[in-house]
Design a protein around this ligand. Structure first.
Ligand code: XBP
Ligand code: MG
Length: 233
């Protein structure tokens, strides 16, 4: 019996990376007087590191090892990330990023059947909230677990362990919806059955342990495609 659905945010509820997080980072770089600009293609590579601050630090270490920030590198990264958060929230509020196909429908159906709903995301809480507040009533998700609430970000299972513990559910009574390999790794390591809705940045990834890989969540007039796996299991 399905008791809860746990959703990832970035890439799963909405395609936030290319025209959201990436552009916000670029705006923050310009504002800081830095000549760095991430192309959509290059950002796909950077996405191997989850967490915006972690991604930024890994980029600087790899591509600008001589960069000398005015303050300690981690402090500088946190400051730049705060500015990036401001720009990201603006982009979302302007309405440039819609929900993915089928997300709203599935959430409405789950609510109709008293299936509990929660969020498990790597992105910073203010970023996740900007998206959730724009599209959903505050009572829709009983738990929103985000960003630095746990020590280790995805692919570590910490965020999913946290959600299971807070909700007092057995992992087998839940379904996780994720879009990335790191997300699947995190969820399956916590014993959670996981469905993938892939997209441009994750279409070449493997999702070992996932129940199935889908094109999206689908709508009656635009059904999803099963790319791998078996929904009957
Ligand atoms: C999302 C992330 C986040 C976003 C950026 O992963 O890795 O870091 O890219 O958001 P997931 P922040 O979908 O697996 O949660 O800058 O707020 O970290
Ligand atoms: Mg994701």
């Amino acid at each position: 019996q399905l008791k809860a659905i746990i959703f990832d945010v970035d890439g799963t509820l909405a395609e936030t990376e290319r025209d959201g997080h990436r552009l916000a980072f670029n705006q923050a770089f310009s504002e800081a007087g830095l000549p760095w600009q991430w192309s959509a293609e290059f950002y796909g590579k950077l996405l191997e590191v989850s967490g915006g601050k972690e991604r930024l630090l890994s980029y600087v270490r790899q591509y600008h090892p001589q960069f000398e920030p005015p303050v300690e590198l981690a402090v500088w990264a946190a400051q730049l990330h705060r500015q990036k958060t401001k720009y990201y929230r603006q982009l979302l509020l302007e309405g440039s990023i819609p929900l993915r196909l089928g997300v709203e429908r599935l959430i409405a159906e789950a609510r109709g059947k008293d299936v509990r709903l929660a969020i498990a995301t790597t992105s910073a809480l203010p970023n996740a909230m900007a998206l959730l507040e724009k599209f959903f009533h505050p009572t829709v998700f009983e738990l929103i677990a985000a960003g630095d609430i746990v020590a280790q970000k995805k692919p570590a299972p910490d965020i999913y362990h946290y959600v299971i513990e807070q909700m007092h559910v057995s992992p087998r009574e839940c379904i996780v919806i994720e879009d990335s390999q790191a997300g699947v790794q995190a969820a399956t390591q916590a014993g959670l059955p996981t469905l993938v809705t892939q997209h441009e940045y994750t279409q070449n990834q493997d999702f070992p342990g996932a129940i199935a890989v889908l094109s999206d969540l689908g709508e009656p007039d635009s059904p999803f495609e099963v790319i791998r796996g078996d929904l009957g299991s």
